[in-house]
Write a protein that binds this ligand. Structure first.
Ligand SMILES: [Fe+2]
Ligand SMILES: [Fe+2]
Length: 157
């Protein structure tokens, strides 16, 4: 998530709840995978079922954090880009520095790798947002052309 200084405590709590439910979802899917590898398909299925319910819980929190009203595709892409930029420019570099201080080489490597992937994700979202903007301009141009044509037809009749 992005820096939270200007948010109300309740919004911060919703973000924390969203994080918790999201983590539960991925954790139970991971546990399901392990349970299956350990030979227990029944417990694996149980974890998968609860994991799906955790997704529903996470989505309910997201609806409060990113309400549908006023949302656009462009805004979605920009929000996603900003989240990835926060990870690659701030979160992972901070984590990497501390891991370095604590001499945890595995964590340093992991943070560097994930920072690079977050950077790549940010650039994918950025490019998509730009394509979307360009497309909207073309569409606006077409709409203006149709308008002009329509007016010509109207004044001719
Ligand atoms: Fe839950
Ligand atoms: Fe990412």
């Amino acid at each position: 998530m992005n820096p939270t200084e200007t948010l109300t405590q309740t919004t911060k709590n919703i973000e924390a709840a969203f994080a918790g439910e999201s983590m539960a979802n991925r954790k139970y899917l991971y546990f399901a995978k392990m349970a299956r590898e350990l030979g227990n398909a029944e417990v694996a299925a149980l974890f998968e079922n609860i994991a799906n319910q955790e997704t529903g819980h996470a989505f309910a929190h997201l609806q409060l954090l990113y309400p549908k009203q006023g949302m656009t595709v462009e805004k979605l892409l920009e929000l996603a880009r900003d989240g990835e930029l926060y990870e690659s420019n701030q979160m992972y570099p901070d984590f990497e520095r501390i891991a370095l201080e604590e001499g945890d080489a595995a964590a340093v490597a992991e943070f560097q790798e994930q920072a690079a992937e977050s950077r790549e994700h940010a650039s994918i979202f950025q490019k998509a947002a730009q394509r979307f903007k360009a497309l909207r301009k073309v569409e606006a141009l077409h709409a203006a052309e149709y308008d002009e044509l329509l007016q010509k037809l109207r004044s001719a009749s």
